[in-house]
Design a protein around this ligand. Structure first.
Ligand code: GUN
Length: 300
């Protein structure tokens, strides 16, 4: 309820709309690079045949081509040795037509993911997974920002939401979303300057803490984990979760839901991101932004 007693329904923040705005800006930067003789090139290495990874990798390649960038998809069999993968990383580190690349995770169990990430040249690490880039982000001097947290920040900023002095509660502490998200929102500057709390599976009084969030960012990987009683009236709620749940009424027998109980929470929040259609499209968009930035750094 609002102060007047009227029921509130949240405004939707849609990844398609926010990413369309950013793609418009990227197209101009790509044109500018091309006019200077440089076509930004992004490579994606896929080891094995994980079905979800295949979809992500295909989408990344398609978006590169749609933007007029060079796309290279390197498919390697599941039996690829660590040595062979490291040799491929080395080759891409030294390929001047490739400005940025990533190795799609997860990797087969016999490969040490950290060793692979550490072998990627930080200048081409468009995932922002290399410890050097993670450190630079933490000290507020980033070359790249990790794609999903950067996408969340863009959704907040481009919706005109002020973050300065606001209490941001991040639910989840993964290296890909929770930890970098918290690090970004606590930085000095526009779109940040927040007071940040991270809660996770071992947090005591989790609901008490989430109920104090002005901005609640949820990336815990549990379907509909955040219920309406855990959300403050008027909060901004960003749902990073994508969970497939059984649904016999759906043609596929299942459907995607977020980490937030959308139907109930949208009656309490001021802004909310749906799943699907919310944060999802932002990850590839910000990856493309990092690839363009990597090319711009080479041109100078
Ligand atoms: N697997 C799931 N998300 C990602 C991502 O953002 N980067 C990479 N390299 N692998 C992933």
């Amino acid at each position: 309820m609002t102060a007047s007693g009227a029921k509130m329904t949240a405004k939707l923040i849609l990844g398609k709309e926010v990413s369309a705005e950013i793609y418009g800006e990227l197209r101009k930067r790509i044109e500018d690079l091309k006019s200077r003789g440089v076509t930004p090139g992004l490579a994606v290495v896929l080891v094995g045949d994980d079905p979800a990874s295949q979809v992500y990798v295909r989408k990344k390649g398609e978006m590169c081509e749609e933007l007029g960038m060079k796309s290279l998809i390197v498919r390697m069999p599941a039996e690829t040795t660590q040595e062979e993968l490291l040799a491929k990383v080395d080759e891409l580190n030294n390929d001047p037509s490739i400005h940025g690349f990533l190795v799609q995770l997860p990797l087969p169990g016999h490969i040490d993911e950290d060793a692979v990430i550490n072998a990627i040249s930080p200048a081409k690490d468009v995932d922002c997974f290399h410890p050097s880039n993670v450190g630079r982000m933490l000290i507020g001097d980033p070359d790249f920002l990790p794609a999903t947290p950067a996408g969340v920040q863009q959704m907040i900023v481009r919706s005109g939401i002020d973050t300065s002095g606001k209490h941001v509660v991040v639910v989840g502490r993964s290296n890909i979303v929770g930890k970098p998200m918290a690090a970004m929102m606590v930085q000095k500057g526009a779109g940040a300057d927040s007071t940040v709390t991270v809660v996770h599976s071992r947090t005591r009084n989790l609901a008490e803490i989430t109920s104090t969030a002005d901005i609640l960012i949820v990336a815990i990987g549990k379907p509909r984990f955040v219920t309406a009683d855990m959300v403050k009236e008027g909060a901004v709620v960003i749902d990073v979760g994508t969970n497939r749940v059984d649904d016999p009424t759906h043609p596929k027998g299942s459907r995607l839901v977020g980490d937030v109980d959308f139907d109930a929470v949208k009656e309490k929040a001021s802004y909310i991101t749906p799943v699907p259609g919310g944060v999802g499209p932002m990850t590839i968009c910000m990856l493309m932004a990092n690839a363009v930035r990597a090319a711009e750094k080479v041109v100078g």
